[in-house]
Design a protein. Sequence first.
Length: 327
Amino acid sequence: MVVPIDTLKSIVLGSVLAIASSLPAMADTIYVSNEKDNTISVVDGDTLTVTETIRVGRRPRGITFNHDMTQLYVCIGDENRIDVIDLSTNKVVSRLPSGPDPELFVHHPTENVLYVANEDDNMVSVVDTKERKILAEIQVGVEPEGMGISPDGKLLVNTSETTNMAHFIDTSTKEIVANVLVDSRPRVAEFTSDGKHVWVSAEIGGTVSVIDSATRQPVKKIEFAVSGVSKEAIQPVGIQITKDMKRAFVALGPSNRVAEVDPATYEVRKYHLVGQRVWNLALSPDEKRLYSTNGVSSDISVIDVENSRVIKSIPVGRAPWGVVVKP
């Protein structure tokens, strides 16, 4: 039987509207750094549309909040600084120092301190956000990028892309206590909520290493295989792990997939098809949604975590890179 085109359109439209109407309203606000546009896109979590665009310095990448989420910090790679945005006005109100070409950073869970990976000088800068000054610099490997911190704030992990290591740093002494070799071009370091493990993605190696925080020994190497996608296109970058540690998500770069992993077995449950060259990830505060930045298609994908499906693509600026979510 041949179905008329108009009938098919009605069926598809009806399905889309049914899905949209079933989605719960979200009061969240999503902030996305656009590397090539020098902007931050502000996305409303209820309507899933861009509501504002904030101008920042050249080549914004890593982004994070201050403790009370009244300010947004943005790594400005081409200007060797961190822009500070007042979220009540969405204006840049001050700047913080960093080393050359800051890429990613992490905020201490209780102190007013940022740990910044400076890609061009092989250093991690320790920045006081109140005094607006660099307190110390920690020598690490070549091309530092990923920054993760344990929930108690005692242990910092930096990844160095060219050295292919995860550097474990004692935050009290600001000294490296262990260097762990991982696969080629490590990117992101993400601790589990209990602090027992840190997951490190290796972009060129195509794996995620799970490292014991106490022994500093790898306990598992997660590998990925997507049907119809070459191994070379599977390039793990961003990682998010739910607080109950029952689900983990890994962005797989130019494969255009986000892998959903069972942290208990380290088996991949599902591959979510998202935008082109998926880069970084952020869970909503209630962990019902996952947002991915897709650098080549210049959009973000929204994944319904509870129902394990992609529900929307939202156009943002060019080359979206970092993403964070505010309740």
